[in-house]
Design a protein around this ligand. Structure first.
Ligand SMILES: *Cc1c(COP(=O)(O)O)cnc(C)c1O
Length: 386
């Protein structure tokens, strides 16, 4: 039997922690009730499960439980946030500020709003993937309703100055929507400290199941109004109708709990491992370079190998290593990364780049093997491509 490849693509998705699966299992069989069933104990138990998970998820981001709306994932949460904000405040203005390096969930939702009379400013970033706070403040107009900037980038791990962004948004009375999908559970995230008004995140990026996510909606100082985008039974206090995914939500709660308790140690371990891997690759492969090497997530590395084509490289190693070119979310025809292009990399440099993302179950040995395989393969490809 051929061994499974070493998984180094934790930014695309993470395996469920076995403790999460254990928490979920009873909710498929014995405790299968609908949390909206008010007339019997099956429903009451399910409701209790959901509310406990809501507390666990809220605690991870320092929100209150009533500020957490469960969704099917971060994409839905981003859509609900931006479209729901626009719909709830039709007279407030029609300008949104975002960044060129955002996830497609945000950029495509902005495109959609543009077709409905909104204007968007997509802020540029520098070579390190950082945006300028001065440029952000200069982009604010009389009719700006929302600043939509992510917490940490999914291709490079670059962390935005969210606290300062939140302060600017608050100073101008503008809503701050933050896609924190890559940051929550990996680094400390506090909606209070960062003055975040709306925040999207997802269970499957933090060792929980796929198909569950959350939208944080600030309840106080100031309360944020969004309008439901999906109509029906009025679940989630009317903001998001549809029967809740109780097993998934129970798993999300457990995953959040584990992250809250173990994040600090895990981040330390992964940072050391990532740095060791980068040092080795940069030493062994002449001309290799890190994209966005400033402030970034501890477990992510976006790295260029000159003289290689990333599609060819990833295919060549694919039986032994699972890495990616960045986003897992694009269509059949792979475009050069919009994130790396926004950072000013040439098409060729973007085409040399791969994302390596480590996680909870990555071992020292796996990283050593990956360094060996990559070094050897890059050298081979560089010879062929000369
Ligand atoms: C994965 C990801 C999403 C999409 O999350 P889903 O839960 O899969 O819909 C959105 N934004 C960022 C930054 C992501 O990394």
């Amino acid at each position: 039997m051929i061994a499974a490849p070493i998984y180094l693509d934790y930014c695309s998705t993470t395996p469920c922690d076995p403790r999460v699966v254990e928490t979920m299992l009873p909710h498929f069989t014995r405790q299968f009730g609908n949390p909206a069933s008010r007339d019997h104990s099956f429903g009451w138990l399910a409701k209790e499960t959901v509310e406990q998970a809501r507390e666990q998820v809220a605690a991870l981001v320092q929100a209150t439980p009533r500020e957490i709306i469960f969704t099917s994932g971060a994409t839905e949460a981003v859509n609900l946030a931006l479209k729901g904000l626009a719909a709830a405040n039709p007279a407030a203005g029609r300008h949104i500020i975002t960044a060129a390096t955002e996830h497609k969930a945000v950029l495509d939702t902005c495109d959609h709003l543009e077709k409905n009379g909104y204007a968007t400013t997509r802020l540029p970033v520098d070579r390190q993937g950082m945006l300028s706070l001065d440029e952000l403040e200069q982009a604010i107009r009389e009719d700006t309703v929302c600043i939509a900037i992510m917490y940490a980038n999914n291709e490079t791990g670059v962390i935005n100055p969210v606290r300062q962004i939140g302060e600017i948004a608050r100073k101008h009375g503008i809503c701050f929507m933050c896609d924190a999908t890559q940051a929550v559970g990996k680094i400390p995230v506090s909606v209070a400290d960062a003055h975040i008004d709306l925040m999207a995140f997802s269970a499957h990026k933090l060792y929980g199941p796929m198909g569950v996510g959350a939208l944080f909606v600030r309840h106080r100082r100031p309360p944020v109004n969004i309008l439901q985008q999906q109509h029906g039974g009025g679940q989630e206090r009317g903001t998001r109708s549809g029967t809740l995914n109780t097993p998934g939500i129970a798993g999300f709660g457990k995953a959040a709990d584990i992250c809250r308790l173990e994040m600090k140690e895990e981040a330390l371990r992964l940072r050391q491992l990532r740095d060791r891997m980068e040092t080795a690759l940069l030493e062994k492969i002449p001309g290799a370079g890190i994209n966005g090497a400033g402030e970034r997530l501890p477990h992510v590395s976006n790295i260029r190998f000159p003289g290689t084509d990333n599609e060819q490289l990833l295919l060549t190693v694919s039986r032994r290593l699972a890495l990616s070119r960045g986003s897992a979310c694009s269509g059949i025809v792979q475009q050069p990364s919009h994130v790396l292009q926004a950072m000013g990399l040439t098409g060729e440099e973007a085409g040399n780049s791969v994302r390596i993302s480590l996680g909870r179950f990555t071992t020292d040995n796996e990283v050593d093997i990956a360094v060996e395989i990559l070094t050897e393969t890059v050298r081979q490809l560089q010879c062929i491509n000369i």
